[in-house]
Ligand binder design. Structure first.
Ligand SMILES: [Zn+2]
Length: 279
């Protein structure tokens, strides 16, 4: 049985970065686990006139949205690592006692190691070193996810608990964004609004030569879009996800890209099948 574990920062990241890939493998009978570090407590709240009252229970709402979105993608196994959304860099949320950004590193890695050992996936995904756009929780997914991939067989550093057994997944990918695609979308969105172009976010997205694996997920685009819309509190009525033309949306959502970081089994990193050669 093939297994895949996808590690994410907040509810909605799973759909936007790899909703098509999750739906694709789930539809093929691969056991897919989505692990999300936080419950998105610090994000903006949309589509709720009672935003002030909702804020204290936003984590519960976003957890429910996440589970519903994963159901749309065909994924039933959804885990939360139990940290709090750290907010954007430089905000007081960074320093909250439970924030993912401020978490003890080895403790956080240990939590993910427990999940990896319980699921025994062949393929694990984390994020690129900048976490796509520099959000502290995304950077932390890169660090913690990569360390847990290599830490899950390490019984010296992470002693086994109960009937748990050490496990080395076979392949690690970082989910990422194509820098050229991000630039193009930003240009198009600016042109739509009749403005000159938004300032570049330095470091956002990965250069084409560093992307190893491009996946055409156009077959799953409708499901991916539906999963995104399930995250109702994340997207305002005038959000791009609700207003973009079908063609533009397709251009944005139909390709998902990864960097193959490590594989126990040699093979062509550009193979769109993340399990190629793993049997
Ligand atoms: Zn996020």
């Amino acid at each position: 049985m093939l297994g895949r574990l996808a590690f994410h920062a907040h509810p909605d990241d799973e759909s936007i970065s790899m909703g098509g890939t999750l739906a694709d493998y789930a539809s093929r009978g691969v056991s897919v686990t989505v692990v999300t570090a936080t419950r998105g407590e610090a994000g903006e709240i949309h589509n709720r006139p009672d935003a002030d009252e909702v804020r204290p229970v936003l984590g519960d709402i976003r957890e429910a949205e996440e589970r519903a979105a994963c159901r749309v993608l065909g994924v039933d196994d959804v885990e939360f690592l139990g940290y709090r959304d750290s907010g954007m860099m430089g905000t007081p949320e960074n320093h909250h006692a439970d924030s993912f950004w401020g978490a003890d590193f080895m403790e956080a890695v240990g939590r993910l190691v427990r999940v990896i050992r319980a699921r025994r996936p062949l393929v694990v995904t984390a994020y690129d070193p900048f976490g796509g756009y520099g959000h502290p929780d995304h950077v932390q997914v890169h660090r913690v996810g990569t360390a847990a991939f290599f830490g899950s067989p390490d019984v010296g550093r992470f002693p086994v608990e109960g009937d748990e057994e050490p496990w080395q997944p076979a392949r690690l990918y970082w989910a990422t964004w194509s820098r050229e695609r991000l630039r193009r979308i930003r240009r198009e969105a600016s042109a739509d609004r009749g403005v000159d172009g938004e300032p570049e976010e330095p470091g956002s997205g990965t250069l084409p030569e560093h992307i190893t694996t491009r996946r055409d997920v156009s077959r799953f685009m409708d499901r991916k879009h539906a999963a995104l819309l399930t995250h109702d509190t994340q997207f305002a009525e005038d959000s791009w996800i609700r207003t973009m033309s079908e063609e533009r949306l397709r251009g944005f959502l139909a390709e998902e890209v990864f960097v193959r970081v490590f594989s126990k089994v040699p093979g062509d990193p550009s193979d769109a099948d993340l399990f190629a050669g793993l049997g």
